[in-house]
Ligand binder design. Structure first.
Ligand code: UD1
Length: 415
C-alpha cells in the first residue's frame, strides 16, 4: 500500500523537531568520494533518497555504516566509476557523483538523468563547468562519459545559478590544480553546508553562499566529522501546515535566516511568527489572506515550497498569483488540488488561485515529493477524508511526516 489518509479539521498544536536537510546530506555523501579515510556524518535524515545515495557510493567502493541519524562512510579507494543505471533512474541527485569521481578517479560513466515530473531538468551547466576544468565529455546512447588526467582550475560562469551544477563543479574543483571561480553560483544554504564539509576535509573554498565561489584546489582531502544543517523545506512545510489549520506550533531545530522568504510570505498571509528557543512559533487564524509570490533562486522564495504554499492559499480571502520561475512544469499539484474544490487557473508560468471557503476531501495522487506534501496540507484543511496515493514520493524527502503530524494532533494514517 502506498497511501496516506487524512481527516481534515484538526488544528495543529504542539512542537515538532525538524530533521537534517535531505538536499545537504545528498551532496555531502557524494563528496565522501573525495576523502581519504573516514567521514562521520551526523543529523542525517532517514529517507529513501539518502538510502539511494548510500547505495550509489557503496557501488563505487565506499563502506557505509548507518547509525541512528548518523552515517560513517569509509573511503579506502574508489573501485567503480559507473553507478548502476537503476540508482540514477531512481534519483536524479545520483548525478552528483560526476564531479567527485572525475576528480578522484579521473573518469566516470553515468546514465543521463531523464526528465522528471517537474520538467526537462537539463545537465548542460554541469557538463560545461566540468569541461572548463579540462574534462573530456561524451554524451552518447543515454550515457555521460567523462575523463580527465588532471583537472585544472578555471573561471566558470553559470547561465543560471543551478544548485546541482554549482555542487558538481565545486566538488571537482576541490581537487583540481589551481584556482576555480564559479560566477553566478547558486547560494543556497545547502551549498554552504557542502563547502563547509569540504573545507573541514582540508579543502579551500571561499564565497559559498554568495554569487561568486572561489575554490583553490588541494592535493588531498581527508576524512572528517560534520553535522548536516536542518532541513529548511521540511521546516517551511510544517510552518505552512500550522498556518493552514489555524494552529499554534513551535517548529524546532530551524535556522530562521534560511527561511526568510517563506516566513515573510506567511506573515503577509496573516500568520504570527516568533523566534523562540531555537525554533519558530507559528500561530494563525483562518482564513489566511491572499498573497502573490514568485519562486526564485535563494534567497528568493524556494520552488520547493511553492506547492505547499499554494495549498494554503486555496482557502485564502481573495486571489493570489503564484509565479514559478525555476522549473518549467511544476504545477502538477494544481489538478489534484482542484479535485478537492480549489479554484486555480494556470496561465503559462503563473497560477491564479481564487480562495474558496473550504476544500473537501477526495482521492488524489502525489505526483512528486513537494506536490505530495501540498496534498497532505490540503487534506489537513479539507472537510472529510482525503486519500493520497503514490506517497512513496513523500518518503523520499520527509522523515516520518505522518508520525510528526500525528504528534501535533492531526488525524492522519499511512499504510
Ligand atoms: C536542487 C534541489 C531541488 C530544488 C532545486 C532548485 C537537490 C538534490 N535538489 O535540484 O530540490 O528544487 O535545486 O532549488 O538539491 N538547469 C539547467 N541546466 C543545468 C542544470 C539546471 O538548465 O545543467 C535548470 C533546471 O532545468 C531548472 C533550474 O536550472 O530549471 C534549477 O535547477 P537546479 O538548481 O540545478 O536544481 P537541482 O540541483 O536539480
Amino acid at each position: 500500500m502506498d497511501t496516506i489518509r487524512v481527516r481534515g479539521g484538526a488544528r495543529l498544536e504542539g512542537r515538532v523537531a525538524i530533521s537534517g536537510a535531505k538536499n545537504a546530506a545528498l551532496p555531502i555523501i557524494a563528496a565522501c568520494l573525495l576523502a581519504e579515510g573516514e567521514c562521520r556524518l551526523e543529523e542525517v535524515p532517514h529517507l529513501a533518497d539518502v538510502d539511494t545515495m548510500c547505495g550509489v557510493v557503496r557501488e563505487l567502493g565506499l563502506r557505509v555504516l548507518p547509525g541512528r541519524q548518523t552515517l560513517t562512510i569509509i573511503n579506502e579507494g574508489i573501485t567503480g566509476v559507473a553507478p548502476p543505471y537503476d540508482f540514477v533512474r531512481r534519483m536524479r541527485a545520483s548525478f552528483l557523483v560526476l564531479g567527485p569521481l572525475l576528480a578522484r578517479a579521473g573518469k566516470v560513466k553515468v546514465a543521463l538523468p531523464g526528465g522528471c515530473a517537474i520538467g526537462a531538468r537539463p545537465i548542460d551547466l554541469h557538463l560545461k563547468g566540468l569541461a572548463a576544468l579540462g574534462a573530456e565529455i561524451e554524451v552518447k546512447n543515454g550515457w555521460v562519459k567523462a575523463r580527465a588526467r588532471r583537472l585544472r582550475g578555471a573561471s566558470i560562469y553559470l547561465d543560471f545559478p543551478s544548485v546541482g551544477a554549482t555542487e558538481n563543479i565545486m566538488m571537482a574543483a576541490a581537487l583540481a590544480e589551481g584556482t576555480t571561480t564559479i560566477e553566478n553560483a547558486a547560494g543556497e544554504p545547502e551549498i554552504v553546508d557542502l563547502a563547509n564539509f569540504i573545507n573541514a576535509m582540508g579543502g579551500r573554498i571561499t564565497g559559498a553562499g554568495t554569487r561568486v565561489i572561489r575554490v583553490e584546489g588541494v592535493k588531498q582531502l581527508r576524512g572528517t566529522s560534520h553535522a548536516v544543517i536542518p532541513d529548511r523545506i521540511e521546516a517551511g512545510t510544517f510552518m505552512v501546515a500550522a498556518a493552514a489549520t489555524g494552529g499554534d506550533v513551535l517548529v524546532e531545530n530551524v535556522i530562521p535566516t534560511h527561511l526568510k522568504a517563506v516566513m515573510a510570505k506567511l506573515r503577509e498571509a496573516g500568520a504570527v511568527l516568533e523566534e523562540e528557543n531555537g525554533g519558530v512559533r507559528v500561530r494563525a487564524e483562518l482564513p489566511p489572506k491572499a498573497v502573490d509570490l514568485k519562486t526564485m533562486p535563494y534567497p528568493g522564495f524556494p520552488t520547493d515550497m511553492q506547492a505547499q504554499f499554494m495549498a494554503l492559499l486555496t482557502v485564502a480571502q481573495g486571489s493570489s498569483v503564484i509565479t514559478e520561475t525555476v522549473f518549467e512544469n511544476r504545477f502538477m499539484h494544481v489538478n489534484e488540488l482542484k479535485r478537492m474544490g480549489a479554484q486555480i487557473v494556470i496561465e503559462g508560468h503563473c497560477a491564479v488561485v481564487k480562495g474558496v471557503e473550504k476544500l473537501t476531501g477526495a482521492c488524489v495522487k502525489a505526483t512528486d515529493l513537494r506536490a505530495g506534501a501540498a496534498l497532505v496540507i490540503a487534506g489537513l484543511m479539507a472537510e472529510g477524508e482525503t486519500e493520497i496515493g503514490c506517497v512513496h514520493h513523500i518518503r523520499r524527502g520527509y522523515e516520518d511526516l505522518v508520525g510528526k503530524l500525528q504528534g501535533l494532533g492531526a488525524d492522519i494514517t499511512e499504510n
